[in-house]
Design a protein around this ligand. Structure first.
Ligand code: PMT
Length: 411
């Protein structure tokens, strides 16, 4: 399975003959759907040009400190990456990372990042077998660095033995597998995403700014966690993540119906959609003509999907969102009670916050606990959210409890 869609891969290229394969690696990563940024060591440029990697990645390429235009690029790149892969990783690069050096851009990024780091060693077999290299590799492994390869075979120097960089296809597969985890294996998850559109007449509707990015990222993360995922989405410009079943809808009523159809055997329901609270009472069959100075639109409550799912007799564990402009924590707690759900995921919304952006910040609250997920790309927050849900859901007895009915009514 391919879990690379929209993943941010920082590819480090160090100076060995296998660097010529990094061009193909970039191409394959992009074909798999990843966004790739390349950081080369100075000696890598002797083997492959920055122009080649820039053209293939469609992103800028960094190498020297002089490329760190803001003086903070190395920190931003360290934060940007979902994974860092150094391929090829020479003996010298392995040694410098093992010793915590930060005297070039690539090693500084490795030191500054919290993203998982993988290396694909490539060197002469004697250099690989040397005790110094083996000790460095052991140190890296102990620190959680994944060491992929090397393969054994004929080498560019004419010798035979271990030291060949794994082929690009194998590295893409390892990266893809690194995003998969089985935390939600065997579970069915239904997720809503995007806005709804409530018709006013055949050409106009009431809607909101939701882009679907948050909900789609959660669908992808749940799929990577091994769940069977059904995504019910309002109108957005996004493609369904691979392996996720998508139902497209327009209005809150459409979404309500589609969710109810998907709920059979559902274990977890996550309502990330920005569903209309109100809709026009009487959508007009014909376009409303401009005539009076004032036009009154009568609205009625739209169906509350989350509350309805939570009120079902036989129901999944329910996770709702709360989009708030103020009093985030207080309103989120109240919303958990009012909707009768196990967890609320709260986010601040407003200019440049929550809606449409690539980044977000979340506050999760459940019975007996809460947690901040600080500002990060929605793709990463989605993985953290799914991890947290899995931790609580799989706990014995489950750490996810719905509020008592009396609490629900008194809120
Ligand atoms: O799509 P993006 O651009 O990435 O933006 C993400 C987001 C801001 C839309 C998302 O993070 C988010 O906050 N989604 C919920 C938005 C919302 O409608 O919040 P609310 O506080 O109004 O609703 C509370 C909960 O009830 C939500 O789970 C909502 O899906 C659900 N609801 C609301 C109204 C309704 N009629 N039916 C519902 O099910």
């Amino acid at each position: 399975m391919n879990f690379m869609a929209k993943k941010r891969i920082l590819l480090g290229v160090s100076g060995g003959i296998a660097a010529y394969k990094s061009a193909e690696l970039v191409r394959r990563l992009r074909t798999a759907g990843a966004v790739v940024r390349v950081v080369m060591t100075r000696s890598a440029k002797e083997f492959v040009t920055a122009t080649t990697l820039h053209t293939l990645s469609g992103e800028p390429v960094w190498s020297d400190w002089s490329d760190d235009k803001s003086g903070m690029d190395h920190i931003e790149l360290a934060r940007w990456a979902d994974r860092i892969l150094i391929a090829p990783a020479t003996a010298d690069t392995l040694a410098r990372i093992a010793h915590g050096r930060a005297d070039d851009l690539l090693t500084a990024i490795c030191l500054a990042t919290e993203a998982p780091l993988a290396v694909a060693p490539a060197m002469n077999q004697a250099m690989w077998n040397n005790k110094a290299t083996q000790a460095n590799v052991d140190t890296l492994r102990e620190r959680g660095v994944r060491v992929w390869g090397p393969a054994t075979g004929e080498q560019a120097c004419g010798e035979t033995g271990p030291g060949r960089m794994l082929e690009p296809d194998a590295l893409v597969q390892r990266l893809s597998d690194s995003f998969a985890n089985g935390r939600l294996a065997g579970l069915k998850v239904v997720i809503t995403a995007g806005p709804t559109r409530e018709p006013v007449d055949p050409v106009r509707y009431l809607s909101n700014r939701s882009s679907g990015k948050m909900g789609y990222a959660i669908a992808q993360a749940a799929h990577e966690a091994g769940a069977q995922v059904e995504l019910v989405s309002g109108p957005v410009a996004l493609q369904a993540p691979d392996g996720v079943t998508l139902t497209r809808v327009e209005s809150a009523s459409d979404m309500f119906r589609a969710v109810m159809v998907c709920l059979e055997d559902c274990d977890l329901f996550i309502g990330a959609a920005a569903v209309a609270d109100y809709r026009p009472v009487e959508p007009q069959a014909r376009k409303i003509k401009k005539q009076a100075a004032e036009l009154l639109l009568r609205l009625e409550p739209a169906p509350d999907i989350l509350a309805a799912v939570a009120a079902l007799k036989s129901r999944p564990v329910c996770i709702g969102f709360a989009a708030e402009t103020e009093n985030l924590q207080e309103y989120a707690q109240k919303k958990r009670m009012q909707k009768g759900v196990e967890m609320i995921v709260a986010n601040r919304v407003g200019a440049g916050l929550g809606f449409e952006t690539d980044d977000n910040e979340l506050w999760l609250v459940w019975e007996g606990g809460s947690r901040w997920l600080p500002k990060a790309p929605k793709t990463r927050l989605a993985c953290q959210l799914i991890e947290q849900i899995a931790d609580l859901y799989l706990k014995q007895p489950s750490g996810l409890k719905a509020p008592e009915p009396h609490a629900k009514h008194s809120a």
